[in-house]
Design a protein around this ligand. Sequence first.
Ligand code: 13P
Ligand code: SF4
Length: 302
Amino acid sequence: MKNLLERINKLKQEKNAIILAHSYQNIEIDEVADFVGDSLYLSQKARDTKADIIVFAGVYFMAQTAKIISPEKKVLLPNLNAGCLMADMINLNQIIEFKKQHPNLPVVCYINSTAEVKSECDICCTSSNAVEIVKSLKASKVLFVPDANLGKYVESQLNDVEVVTYNGCCPVHDNVTEQNILDARNKYPQAKILIHPECKPTISSLGDYIGSTSGIIDYVKNSQDNQFVIVTEKGVADRLKRDYPDKEFILISNNMLCESMKLTTLEEILYSLENEVNEITIDEDIRKRSSNCIQRMLKVSK
Ligand code: 13P
Ligand code: SF4
């Protein structure tokens, strides 16, 4: 393992490369990562870096987003099978059809989507800025793709905006039940329950805090409490246990595992960086159009 880490770190220096890692990655990836965080944070780092190569320890849409906003950089995804089940729920034809069914409305696109889908949308958002982004449109009605749960959560936070949602979801978060939360409240009455907004809105409303992966981590950092129920992917609970060994973290269920996020290994990071393989490429017309959607978000969420 030590040798593997040394080789990756040496290659990063030689090639002027950085490694961006999502908080759902296997925890050992943090050993080589330059930045670890949520989707918004990582896209801001991809935009700002002076590196020539970005190795994305995450899923396909994240690496694609990095390439869209930094086309002059080489973006590598160490395991090309690392997709996102939610992003795969809507394709180009389906977004075009959805827009036809609801004409003349601004279209907000969750970052968990393909470049083709983004190219048909007006503005992008992540789970940490979705409310802010929809609000910034100053519209009374918007379309929101692909995550119905996040879209309805946004609607619940804004008094005067109707959010028409596409029927997509993250199967990992969508599986959490009201009973899971009620059981956790009963079993850990002192605990704060921290929930990702990809869960159903009926679940989110039962939590003490609702926010992105980084939002949940920041909540713990700023809290005097000692016990937390974590309602998002296991990687967040793993990192919190590592960083706050004196506090207790309970993962809401053993099913909170995103298999795609766990595909990437240190060996694959080394291989892709050494050989500069698994490079992300995007059709230039699609890239430019999807870039507008992401850049518009990044202007609102600096
Ligand atoms: P955030 O990184 O915005 O918390 O989103 C979680 C997620 O599901 C990423 O795929
Ligand atoms: Fe996609 Fe859900 Fe995995 Fe996030 S946790 S990458 S939304 S499948």
